[in-house]
Design a protein. Sequence first.
Length: 314
Amino acid sequence: MKVANPIYDIVFKYLMEDQRIARTILSALLKVDVLDVEIRPHEYSDDTRDNLSIFRIDFGATIRDEAGNEKLILIELQKTWLETEALRFRQYLGVHYSNPKNVRKDGYALPMVAVYLLGHKVGSIEEPVLYVNHQSCDYDGNIITQGLPDPFVESLNHNSIIVQIPRLHGHINNRLDMVLSIFDQSNRDKDDGRLLTIDDTVYENDAEMERILHRLTMAASDADMRHKMNVEDEYYSIIEKRDTEILMRDQQIAEKNAQLSEKNAQLSEKNDMLRTTIKMLLDMGLSMDAIAAKLGKDLPEIENAIGLASEEIH
């Protein structure tokens, strides 16, 4: 069956607006039961540059941890197609921490998990999903567990989940693989990149996955949704063209700077040789005019060289 490609921001937003689907996806990513989710309005938007290149949804989520305890956490989910967004990810996190709505009644910040869905690869890391979990250690590197988790420590640190969408290759070994398979771009339709061609038999008797496929099918049949996907394609093609032009310009500037540096070094070497020669001829008692005639230089050029070399001469 053909479904809308959730790599598109408009489709992904439509998908995650369904609370049941959001719980399914976040539960698989966090490996805990997400009992309830609430999309939180953005208090910050970056309008200075390419404000569409990062798509961001903030959730307040009630989870049940391994001990059976329920607690409220923040989930910041960010998706991007571009590779130049690391600093902007951190900008969003900084705003998150400074938001008073994300503070508990006791004054501590709510625990937060940052989820990054990346449309590009991260260096040579081959694992499609990377869990970055911070641990507390003593001076000798021993892991500290007594008294943890602690709200003060949780207020200062956050865990991250990084998903490299290009590393998804159709292998389904666990629940997370099953959920993330809907993002697998190896299923991209050859004739229309806005669609994925999915083997729906893989998801038979899985009510949660069938709900996801149904919603993606609805998105694929929506004319307005397809139009907005086209707009995204046009937008990103412009961004990619611009970034390519900037890269080429920066390379040209770097090459020109390198050439200029080389010329300056050669000129400096010639000036050093000229100053040394003039100093030697002055020590031999030759006049300025005689030195100029001997070296085939104009007198002002010789005088200028002496000025540059005055400390050496005197």
